[in-house]
Design a protein around this ligand. Sequence first.
Ligand SMILES: Cc1cc2nc3c(=O)[nH]c(=O)nc-3n(C[C@H](O)[C@H](O)[C@H](O)COP(=O)(O)O)c2cc1C
Length: 210
Amino acid sequence: MNTEELLTTTRSVRKRMDLARSVDYAIIERCLEIAIQAPSGSNQQKWHWLVITDPDKKRAVADLYRKSFDHYLVRSQDRDGVERARQSQMLDSAVFLAEHMHEVPVLVLACIEGRVEDKGVAAQASLYGSILPAAWSFMLALRLHGVGAAWTTLHLVYERETAALLGIPENVTQAVLLPVAHYRGDSFKPAARESARTCTYWNNWGENRS
Ligand SMILES: Cc1cc2nc3c(=O)[nH]c(=O)nc-3n(C[C@H](O)[C@H](O)[C@H](O)COP(=O)(O)O)c2cc1C
């Protein structure tokens, strides 16, 4: 696979997860080595990766995820018809993940030292910018091994409960929970997106390139 294909076809994998197939822990470790080549603010590298394979812990995290997901689902059903139709395929797949989260072979929780909820945007950008590029690199690296993941954040509604469950210290922020599994088939396509031109301005907000 060339790099452009990797970057344009790495999708959230949910329904195509092979839940019956385990993931070699060496793949997880190799992909995390690749992930931590990502940038971090002041090169501080305060990331931590919690790899959850214990069935009881997976079930407990999945229960918290599902509790949050159920509220999300109700809210999304309140949206207008056009928005609902646009989201229906994604929702269908998201429901599958919520129902099967505990069966996914590995859950990887990307964390970073620091808390920014009471700080300004600069601190927030710095904290999240120091973990999310690495998490995305992890997803890309997994793909090279025929392993997929879905970017999820809904469990964060219960971040404190998750921290207590997994022994995560109070000064650590959870950024993204990645359910990880081999995928079935390999026909991932670039997503339908409007051209980047529609959200790109040159020199001044709202102005196109002359
Ligand atoms: C910040 C963020 C939070 C997300 N949270 C969830 C989530 O909790 N559950 C889920 O199933 N997908 C979640 N997603 C995945 C998006 O639904 C998905 O990226 C989007 O529908 C585009 O699909 P694609 O990743 O296949 O291109 C999240 C994505 C992002 C970037």
